[in-house]
Ligand binder design. Structure first.
Ligand SMILES: Cc1cc2nc3c(=O)[nH]c(=O)nc-3n(C[C@H](O)[C@H](O)[C@H](O)COP(=O)(O)OP(=O)(O)OC[C@H]3O[C@@H](n4cnc5c(N)ncnc54)[C@H](O)[C@@H]3O)c2cc1C
Length: 371
């Protein structure tokens, strides 16, 4: 089969890195992105790139020095508090190798690495129809034919239904995302330390994470019915703050500052695809990243997997093995993601547990001792 005209649906980290790698191999992919431009919406908090996946992928794309220039290796610390505000764990080891990078900076590096007009901004893909000769993508007032379609379009992928009936399921936990400026919020900065802080109580957590440019991103997380999470998404910041005040009543005042003083950014119910999601390979269409294996952020692997998938898929799409190479990519990708998805589900259930902080403290201590 011809694999010349390649459409990548979604200009997130996975889709953009795939485009970069394909261009380095002489191909001319087109990325369809529903955002109308790169700054249309905030890209979210900081991400840590792991040596064998995220960092490896940036190296393979020739983007290691751009990554190092934008990364923050100094922000890898971990702190853990209980709901009374007692600091139970505080680690800041300069030998850790998980440098942080702001999502906007990562997206910027990837976009700058592409040939002009690779990304078609403001092109939401609404339909994908199989034809005698490839697939026809359709959006608002346009259609275009491709040999290969890659779904890099995240959690609610439009491409995935061509391959699988599986859908993301609500994980029972919702995060309210909050923003802070270090200059205006010294207590939050002190709490956060040099990286990330978790304060964990009975089925609840407050989380803050140092970002670049003097910002801190925070989350108030709790177990919530899906319908209530939807109502919260339609609530005003004041209504949300009041609801959180009630849910975190009795927590140490120092920790409650996270709720009292943060700018409300959004409400994020957490969804995940079934662990070890697989599909029957279908010539001409495949997936990478969250479209294939959405998981909760509690393994810290999501973006790392999306980038590693892009490396493997670029190799498969440009090898001599035809679609069989892509089928092998799908099998290996699914196995790799399954291990992380199990970790993410375990991580979520240990943070939001009726046992409070104990399971998380055990996890942190085990990580340090290498157990
Ligand atoms: C609160 C939170 C915290 C997280 N923290 C971390 C972390 O610390 N570490 C980590 O590794 N991961 C983290 N993740 C997960 C990480 O964000 C994702 O795994 C990662 O962004 C997946 O990349 P992707 O390229 O597969 O998809 P996405 O980043 O979701 O990109 C998909 C792109 O497709 C576009 N798109 C969607 N539909 C269409 C369409 N129909 N047509 C055209 N374009 C479309 C979207 O606009 C988007 O740009 C977190 C996630 C959340 C929700």
């Amino acid at each position: 089969m011809a694999m010349n005209r390649i459409a990548i649906v979604g200009g997130g980290p996975g889709g953009l890195l795939l485009a970069r790698l394909l261009q380095r191999r002489g191909r001319s992919p087109v990325v369809f992105e529903r955002d109308t431009h790169a700054e249309e919406r905030p890209q979210g908090g900081s991400l840590d790139l792991h040596s064998r996946t995220g960092q490896y992928a940036m190296r393979q794309a020739g983007l290691e020095s751009a990554f190092i220039a934008a990364a923050r290796p100094e922000d890898q610390g971990d702190r853990l508090y209980d709901s009374d505000g007692a600091l139970l764990f505080d680690r800041d080891d300069p030998t850790d190798d998980r440098p942080e990078i702001d999502r906007t900076a990562l997206r910027g590096i990837l976009l700058d690495s592409l040939l002009p007009d690779t990304v078609r901004w403001g092109c939401r893909v609404a339909g994908i129809a199989p034809g005698a000769d490839g697939f026809v993508l359709a959006g608002d007032g346009w259609t275009e034919r491709f040999d290969v379609v890659v779904g890099a379009d995240g959690a609610w992928s439009r491409v995935r239904p061509l391959l699988s009936n599986a859908e993301p399921a609500y994980e029972g936990v919702t995060l309210v995302e909050l923003g802070f400026d270090v200059a205006r919020h010294p207590t939050i900065s002190m709490l956060t330390g040099t990286g990330k802080m978790f304060a964990v109580g009975d089925n609840r957590a407050l989380i803050t994470q140092r970002n670049g440019f003097g910002h801190i991103r925070g989350y108030a997380g709790l177990r919530l019915a899906e319908a209530t999470a939807r109502e919260w998404q339609a609530s005003s910041p004041d209504q949300l703050r009041q609801a959180l005040r009630e849910d975190f009543a009795g927590w140490a005042p120092m920790l409650r500052e996270v709720i009292e003083t943060g700018d409300v950014i959004g409400v994020r119910p957490l969804y995940a695809m079934p662990v070890a999601h697989r599909w029957q390979s279908r010539t001409g269409v495949t997936l990478l990243g969250d479209a294939a294996h959405l998981m909760s952020p509690f393994s810290g692997e999501g973006v790392n997997l999306a980038l590693a998938d892009a490396v493997d898929l670029a190799e498969a799409l440009t090898s001599d093995g035809g679609w069989m190479s892509v089928t092998r990519y799908e099998e290996a990708m699914s196995m790799r993601a399954a291990a992380s998805a199990e970790g993410a589900a375990r991580g979520l259930n240990s943070v939001f547990s009726p046992e409070g902080v104990a399971p998380v403290l055990e996890h942190y201590r085990a990580r340090v001792s290498g157990a």
